[in-house]
Design a binder for this molecule. Structure first.
Ligand code: PLP
Length: 532
């Protein structure tokens, strides 16, 4: 066992399946994996809903995880006690199996301290908090909070420097703001290439942007569909890279923007961001990525990959809380500021990749929808009438941001900074790999098979660990979803249910354990047993 954990990680990172021993189906084995997990202490830093607290119907002042936990020592909380009995039943006061960090991450305990610091600052110095922070505060002064969060995210997204990142607004709003700046259709290049099943908000944003420019999806939206949709094949809903590249080639001359999700929310497929970006950019297409399901989940190198822009939310894998401020990446090549206008390169009038050709605005910077917080900070409070952007991604800000929100983002980014994506991804590939192995075991045992031998479920997420993050999407046989998801909920399992037939299961490495994976399988197995 001592040597198995690292070699499993290596095997999975190389895109292969490890050989788990037969006794890997036991809770003892899951606990051994937990014992060898160098990140197991992180779980103690989260308030994970308990089976009982999930049924709470009124506030009672108790926070699951804060009341019964042993006190932290040296800032590191001890690992919480095991929550499964050996038959896989959860007790009421024990942590649920929270496998929904891809939808809303669990609450970091330190968030309360950050919000308290903000409230005390505001109460004590009022408006001066815009320019002053306390030496012993975890927060920056309010004007600088978004930039401070950017500085914490350089490794998280693989920026060249903090100037390529800003935190502002929320994801869909940022998608619109980025498209206002980067989707500049011309008569020749007017198409947007997207995938066949974007998160609805992205679909609405894309269609409304087309309409805003007087275009329609019928003439200007290219959807990349799975090449061989086949209801009985597990890989039939994913998009092979070669197929994506071929679609780009087919519309290379008429496309202004390629907009894809880093990880597809439904299938959990992780795209080859580097290769796709390079391919599209070489054909004069601007490339944007929606990283809602990728950030804090997989390793990213946005600058090196040449991505033009990217947007993400902070409440999924990043655990900053519902609706917290979103993040934006703008590649340094788009930062040029030329006082007095200027027409070349990436600034308006020239335009990168051919887009925006001859719009002749002569602004001296890439056009954007502007507001006072995007203005040069040196003159932000001087109420200049003419907008001049701050350097870098910060120059795309519009309004003064919610500091309560940014306090949450700062708290959670601090955890990611300390742990690093490399270590998180190491654990994630094994956690997800173990889940997959146990699920395939259920299928091999014929668990829940229909009368005609039809399997109870199939995994529609790619089998190759290199092509997925911490999520496996299970497509259940027709008619099972409602009953099975009720059984899962009754068993203390929290997963995301997508009608008509999919459950998305996401054991995230920050706070989920191998024992939780084992516990999930026990509850899922019982559910299939009962419902089929
Ligand atoms: C979660 C998610 C959203 C949600 O958008 P908000 O503007 O944060 O409400 C949008 N797009 C994708 C791909 C998502 O995963």
């Amino acid at each position: 066992m001592d040597t198995e954990y690292p070699s499993f990680v290596e095997t999975l990172r190389a895109g292969q399946k490890p050989e788990f021993p037969a006794h890997a189906k036991t809770i003892q084995y899951a606990r051994e994996l937990d014992a060898h997990d160098k990140l197991s202490h992180l779980r103690g830093n989260f308030n994970i809903p308990t089976k009982g607290s999930l049924r709470k119907r009124a506030l009672d002042g108790a926070v699951a995880g804060e009341t019964k936990e042993p006190k932290a020592h040296n800032g590191v909380s001890p690992v919480t006690k095991p929550n499964c009995t050996t038959n896989g039943n959860l007790k009421n006061d024990e942590a649920s199996i929270y496998f929904v960090g891809n939808s809303l991450g669990a609450q970091p305990k330190c968030i309360r301290q950050y919000i308290d610091a903000h409230l005390e600052t505001w109460a004590s110095i009022g408006v001066n908090g815009h320019f002053t922070s306390f030496d012993n505060s975890p927060l920056a002064y309010w004007q600088d909070m978004a930039a401070a969060c950017a500085a914490q995210s350089v490794d998280l997204v693989g920026a060249k420097s903090a100037s390529e990142i800003i935190y502002m607004n929320t994801l869909t709003v940022n998608l619109h703001l980025m498209m206002a700046s980067f989707y500049r259709p011309t008569a020749k290049r007017h198409k947007i290439i997207a995938e066949w099943k974007p998160f609805p908000s992205d679909s609405y944003a894309i269609a409304s942007q087309l309409h805003w420019h007087g275009l329609t999806p019928a003439t200007s939206l290219i959807e990349i569909h799975p090449p061989h949709p086949n209801p009985t094949s597990s890989s039939s809903l994913t998009l092979p890279t070669s197929h994506i590249l071929a679609t780009i080639d087919a519309h290379a001359d008429s496309t202004a923007l390629l907009l894809l999700p880093g990880i597809q929310y439904y299938t959990g497929q992780l795209f080859d961001i580097a290769r796709i970006t390079q391919h599209a950019r070489a054909r004069g297409i601007v490339v944007g990525w929606d990283l809602a399901h990728a950030v804090g989940n997989v390793e990213l190198e946005l600058h090196a990959w040449g991505v033009d822009f990217a947007v993400w939310c902070t409440y999924k894998y990043l655990n900053a809380g519902p609706g917290a401020v979103g993040g934006v990446f703008v590649h340094g090549r788009h930062h040029a500021l030329l006082r007095g206008g200027g027409g070349g390169g990436d600034v308006a009038g020239g335009g990168v990749n051919g887009e925006g050709e001859g719009d002749g605005m002569g602004l001296g910077y890439r056009h954007r929808l502007a507001g006072w917080y995007g203005a040069d900070k040196a003159v932000r409070f001087e109420m200049e009438k003419v907008f001049w952007p701050a350097e870098g991604a910060a120059g795309w800000q519009v309004s003064n941001p919610s500091v309560v929100d940014l306090a949450c983002v700062r708290a959670t980014l601090g955890m990611f900074e300390r742990v690093g994506m490399r270590a998180l991804r190491d654990k994630a590939v094994l956690l997800t790999g173990y889940l997959e192995w146990l699920l395939l075991g259920l299928l091999a045992d014929g668990m829940g098979e229909g009368k005609d031998g039809e399997a109870a479920f199939r995994i529609i997420t790619p089998g190759n660990p290199v092509e997925r993050g911490s999520q496996l999407s299970l497509l259940l046989r027709g008619g099972l979803l409602e009953k099975v998801s009720q059984e899962l909920a009754d068993g203390g399992v929290v997963v995301d249910v997508r009608k008509p037939d999919v459950i998305r299961v996401a054991p995230v490495p920050m706070y989920c354990r191998f024992e939780d994976v084992w516990g999930f399988i026990m509850v899922f197995k019982r559910a299939l047993d009962k419902c089929t």
